[in-house]
Design a protein around this ligand. Structure first.
Ligand code: DQA
Length: 150
């Protein structure tokens, strides 16, 4: 099973940006972790990052067309991007899992982070677990993939 791990704006700055919130490890490490976890779970994983909303929307369309599961950290787009929400909804409505991940726990932070426009259309949401949240998201994809195969 294929899964694309999509990271939104400023996540290319992991390790440098607010390490007390997002940790000291960088995006390269996150990529390595996700590829290893994918191997362990029998998933073919690709990890991407963009600061561009249109790029993220295109990646959702691509996931629908290729029937690829999605793990998504929409970063700040989480809180206001209806175009990304509409695009992500096409993935989950197509029957593929779309797991929303946040490294931090946005519910415990500033008010503007408490609302997600992605959560209502996500298959599941994992927050506050650091990079390990991506591992849990990949496990969720593996679980749902088994359900789809039945
Ligand atoms: C984040 C939380 C968002 O509120 C924030 O804009 C991010 C990262 C997280 O992973 O905790 O950029 O999605």
């Amino acid at each position: 099973h294929r899964v694309v791990v999509v990271n939104g704006p400023n996540l290319g700055r992991l390790g440098v940006r607010e390490p007390e919130v997002y940790g000291y490890q960088d995006l390269t490490q996150l990529k390595k972790d996700c590829l290893l976890w994918g191997q362990e779970l029998g998933l073919s994983v690709e990890v991407r990052q963009t600061d561009d909303e249109g790029q993220m929307v295109s990646w959702m369309h691509q996931a629908v067309d290729r029937k690829t599961a999605v793990v998504i950290n929409p970063a700040a787009f989480t809180h206001y991007s209806y175009s990304l929400a509409d695009a992500a909804a096409q993935v989950s409505k197509s029957g593929m899992p779309l797991i929303e991940v946040h490294i931090s726990n946005p519910a415990s932070r500033e008010t503007f982070r408490k609302h997600s426009v992605i959560s209502p259309i996500a298959t599941a949401t994992i927050t506050g677990m650091g990079f390990y949240g991506y591992r849990l998201a990949l496990e969720a994809v593996a679980h749902f993939s088994e359900e789809i195969d039945k």
